[in-house]
Ligand binder design. Structure first.
Ligand SMILES: Nc1nc2c(c(=O)[nH]1)N[C@H]1C(S)=C(S)[C@@H](COP(=O)(O)O)O[C@H]1N2
Ligand SMILES: [Mo]
Length: 169
């Protein structure tokens, strides 16, 4: 379920911009991303329409690695993730920096397929799945919350599944 990006992104053309309230703004190429330390996680995914995928296997770069690289300022409280299809979504920095939050490059042991958001998707297992931006293009660190695509259309700004934060917040 997505806005639809018909054109596949060639990993060689993929780039991630990291900007906003950070000490070191940077751009990461596919090669640079792959040189970072990777982690594997098993996650339960919670979709807003109540289905969940249990025990899915993901491999990629921990969001903590990104935080270490760019050094967010104390004033940075939110991350706005934007994608190659024009989608965006906001994430409180406390959830972005959770141990299981990652830039996923592999799913079930295989390179992340295009329809799952490959080559690189943000994965925030502690929030509803609409927060996991596919075809990730940019991470912007912000002081104030800025709603993304679904949040502007009535979805909850935080989206914690344990609090059932589905709509308007
Ligand atoms: N770039 C992008 N990411 C996106 C979306 C989108 O439209 N574009 N949709 C979100 C929503 S609403 C859901 S439910 C999940 C669906 O992920 P899936 O296609 O892997 O099941 O992706 C999220 N990430
Ligand atoms: Mo969704």
């Amino acid at each position: 379920m997505d806005l639809g990006l018909s054109k596949k992104i060639n990993p060689q053309d993929w780039q991630l911009e990291i900007c906003g309230l950070i000490e070191k703004p940077l751009k990461l190429s596919w090669k640079e991303l792959n040189a970072l330390k990777m982690i594997s996680i098993k996650a339960d995914i919670h979709c807003v329409t109540t289905w969940s995928i249990t025990d899915s296997q993901w491999h990629g770069v921990s969001c903590m690695e990104i935080i270490k690289l760019c050094s967010p300022l104390k004033s940075a409280q939110f991350v706005l993730a934007s994608s190659y299809d024009g989608y965006d979504t906001n994430i409180p920095i406390s959830f972005f920096s959770a141990a299981d939050s990652m830039l996923a490059l592999f799913y079930s042991g295989k390179e992340l397929p295009h329809h799952y958001g490959g080559p690189v998707r943000l994965l925030i297992p502690s929030l509803y799945f609409w927060k996991s931006a596919k075809w990730l293009k940019k991470l912007e660190f912000l002081k104030d919350d800025r709603k993304g695509y679904w949040e502007q259309r009535g979805y909850h700004s935080r989206g914690n599944p344990w609090e059932e934060e589905r709509l308007e917040g």
